[in-house]
Design a protein around this ligand. Structure first.
Ligand code: CTP
Length: 411
C-alpha cells in the first residue's frame, strides 16, 4: 500500500527510521514528509535513502505535481510519528502551512498518529483537547508509552516501539478497509482459529479439515468494529488479515496456553479453532518404521484439555479475585445429529456443559462447512431463547457473531 509517513520534530524521530524500515520491508511504498524541525534531528538524506523516494516538506517543490493533493488522495495510510504537541495542535487546528499539514487536510484514507513528547506537554489541557478533537474526527491517536524521556524525566510521553506502531497502524487500516461502525472500539478480542495438529513422530501428525476461514472472517469483522484483535492461530489455509496480533500455535496444548495467557487482557474470547480432542499419548522422537513382522502399529490417544471450558473456569477465578470488567466467551459447535438427538438438542447440551455466553452452531455433514466459503449457523444463548439464524458468506456469519458479542458488552 502507499503510505505517507510524516515525521514531527522530536528526538524520537531517530526511532522512526526503524519504523520506516518495517513498512518498506513489508513491501509498502513510503513517502516521508519530515517537518522542518524533524530534519534537525534526522536529515533528509536518511529518509530518502531508507524510503527510496524523494523527500520534501515544501509545497513549493515540484509545484506542477501538486504534491499535497496527490499524496493526500493516493495514500492508503497517512501516519505521523513522532506526533509532537506542535503537529497535533496544527493538525487539530486544520493549518496547512507546510506539505505535511496540507497533505493531512487532503487525506482520503485513514490517518494515524503516534505521539511523543514530555509528560507535561502530553497531559496539558491544550494537548488533551487537540487529541480529543482529532479522535472525534476519526484520526487514530495512539497513547504514548511510559518510560525514560529525553532529559532526566520519565513518564507517559515516550514514542511506542516501532513494531507496536506498525501493528497498530495496520489495524487502523484494516478498520478503515473492512468497514464497521466501531461497536468494539477499545476492546481486545482474542480469536482462536484454524485446526490444531498433534504430532505423532517427527514427520506425522493428527490434524483436521479446518481451513481457518471462519476464524479469519471473525478477525476481519472484529477489526472492522474497531477491536484490537489477537489471533491465536493454529494451522490455516488462508492468511491472517492485516492488523491482527498473531500468536502461532501448533497443538491443542499450545493453543490452551496462548488462550489462557491472553485471557486477563481480553474483553471477548471467540473459540473458532478446531481443537483436537485427542493427542497421541507418546511423541516418538524418531520416525515410526514398518516392522519386518508386518505387525500393525498401535497408537494410543489421550484426551486434550477442553480449552473453552478452561477459559470459562479461568474467568470465574478472575471474577472471584475481583475482576469487574466483563469478559464475553463464545464457542462454536459442529453437530451432525444422531439416533439420540437432533443437532440443536446436542448443541444446547454442549452450551450448558461449556458454560460460555453463546454458541454458534454449524450443522455439519459431508462436504459442508470445512473449507467452504459459505456457512449457515444458529446462534444459541444459554437462556434458551429462539436461536438466531445467520448465514451466507463466512464474513456475514462473522458480522452476526460480532454484532451478538456487542450486545453483551456494556456500551
Ligand atoms: N474446543 C476447545 N477445546 C477442545 C475441543 C473443542 O476449546 N479440546 C472448543 C472449540 O473451539 C469450539 C467448542 O469447543 O468452540 C466446541 O467444539 P466441538 O468439537 O464441537 O465440541 P467438543 O467439546 O469436542 O464436543 P464433542 O466432540 O463431544 O461434540
Amino acid at each position: 500500500m502507499r503510505v505517507v509517513l510524516g515525521v514531527g520534530g522530536g528526538i524520537a524521530a531517530y526511532k522512526v527510521a526503524s519504523l520506516l524500515r518495517l513498512f518498506t520491508e513489508a513491501g509498502h511504498d513510503v513517502t516521508v514528509i519530515p517537518t522542518d524541525a524533524a530534519t534537525r534531528f534526522v536529515g533528509t538524506a536518511t529518509w530518502e535513502a531508507l524510503s527510496g523516494n524523494p523527500v520534501s516538506n515544501s509545497v513549493w517543490d515540484d509545484v506542477d505535481r501538486v504534491n499535497h493533493v496527490r499524496l493526500g488522495h493516493e495514500a492508503d495510510l497517512i501516519m505521523v510519528a513522532p506526533a509532537t504537541a506542535d503537529v497535533l495542535a496544527r493538525a487539530a487546528a486544520g493549518l496547512a502551512d507546510d506539505l505535511l499539514t496540507g497533505t493531512l487536510l487532503m487525506a482520503r484514507g485513514p490517518v494515524f498518529m503516534a505521539p511523543a513528547m514530555h509528560t507535561e506537554m502530553w497531559q496539558h489541557a491544550a494537548t488533551r483537547a487537540n487529541v480529543e478533537t482529532l479522535r472525534s474526527r476519526g484520526v487514530t491517536v495512539m497513547d504514548p508509552a511510559s518510560g525514560r524521556l529525553t532529559g532526566a524525566d520519565s513518564g507517559p510521553g515516550r514514542l511506542p516501539e516501532p513494531a507496536d506502531i506498525f501493528d497498530a497502524a495496520l489495524a487502523a487500516v484494516a478498520r478503515a478497509t473492512h468497514g464497521g461502525d466501531g461497536a468494539l472500539r477499545g476492546k481486545r478480542v482474542t480469536i482462536s482459529a484454524g485446526g490444531t495438529r498433534e504430532p505423532l513422530d517427527p514427520v506425522r501428525f493428527l490434524g483436521n479439515r479446518s481451513s481457518g476461514k471462519q476464524g479469519m472472517a471473525l478477525a476481519e469483522a472484529a477489526l472492522a468494529e474497531g477491536a484490537e484483535v489477537t489471533l491465536v492461530l493454529a494451522h490455516a489455509e488462508v492468511p491472517a488479515p492485516r492488523g491482527c496480533e498473531v500468536v502461532r500455535v501448533e497443538t491443542a496444548l499450545e493453543l490452551r496456553d496462548a488462550v489462557l495467557e491472553a485471557l486477563p487482557g481480553t474483553d471477548v474470547l471467540i473459540m473458532a479453532a478446531a481443537v483436537a480432542d485427542f493427542r497421541p499419548a507418546e511423541l516418538m522422537d524418531t520416525k515410526i518404521k514398518k516392522t519386518d513382522d508386518g505387525a500393525d502399529p498401535v497408537i494410543t490417544l489421550v484426551r486434550n484439555p477442553d480449552v473453552l471450558r478452561e477459559a470459562v473456569l479461568a474467568r470465574q477465578g478472575m471474577v472471584e479475585e475481583g475482576r469487574s470488567e466483563p469478559l464475553v466467551i463464545a464457542g462454536f459447535a459442529a453437530e451432525t445429529g444422531d439416533a439420540t438427538a437432533d443437532p440443536l438438542t446436542h448443541a444446547r447440551a454442549k452450551l450448558e456443559r461449556k458454560g460460555c455466553d453463546f454458541l454458534v452452531l454449524n450443522v455439519v455433514g459431508t462436504g459442508l462447512v470445512f473449507g467452504q466459503d459459505t456457512n449457515e449457523v444458529l446462534i444459541l444463548d444459554p437462556a434458551g431463547g429462539e436461536p438466531v439464524p445467520a448465514g451466507g458468506s463466512k464474513r456475514a456469519v462473522a458480522d452476526a457473531v460480532v454484532a451478538h458479542v456487542a450486545t453483551l458488552l456494556p456500551a
